[in-house]
Design a protein. Structure first.
Length: 188
């Protein structure tokens, strides 16, 4: 198994969840982010993009990386912060709010981006999931910083005109569900 720096995005302001830190909300008796860690941590370096409750995230055994830019500028800023602490060139990004992603996803993303020039992005069969991606830090970190420095924040916008390979992995549609709002949350 190829080892990478695994970047877990948990740094948002939680606006769609009423300002709550989504990564720490309980799902099946565990903080949401623990589900992603249990599925994907393996031998990888774990970096968590988090701007609040950093002690709670550190307690999970990960390196916590707050944004380098003020005012919660979005997931790309979280990725930027984590890239500065990544030990590996190969980086995989996953959001903390997709707890049922198939275990085959990380190896599939790494394989699709193995040449170092392409960015591999999950396609769930209905749409692109741009926060599930793999890329070379050396190839793309400066480009990402320049994009953010220009005032841009859109993940879709950053991926435009990039050599993206869409990756599909086997799974049920529920495996790709994103817990964005209280209505999306399963009732335990």
């Amino acid at each position: 198994m190829e080892v990478c720096s695994l970047i877990l995005l948990a740094g948002g302001a939680g606006r769609r969840m009423g300002g709550v830190d989504k990564g720490l909300l309980p799902l099946a008796g565990q903080p949401l982010i623990r589900h992603t860690l249990a599925r994907f941590a393996g031998p990888h370096q774990i970096l968590i993009s988090a701007n609040r409750n950093t002690a709670a995230y550190r307690a999970l055994g990960a390196t916590v990386c707050p944004d380098l830019r003020p005012d919660f500028p979005g997931p790309l800023a979280g990725i930027e912060a984590c890239l500065g602490k990544a030990h590996h060139d190969r980086c995989v990004v996953l959001p903390c709010d997709m707890p049922w992603l198939p275990a085959s996803l990380v190896p599939a993303l790494l394989a699709a981006s193995a040449d170092g020039t392409h960015i591999a992005v999950l396609h769930d069969g209905e749409r692109r999931q741009p926060l599930c991606m793999a890329f070379s830090r050396q190839q793309w970190a400066d480009d990402l910083r320049r994009y953010l420095d220009s005032g841009q924040r859109s993940v879709h916008g950053w991926l435009d005109n990039k050599p993206v390979i869409e990756v599909r992995v086997a799974g049920e549609q529920r495996d790709f569900d994103n817990l964005n709002t209280p209505a999306d949350w399963p009732q335990d």
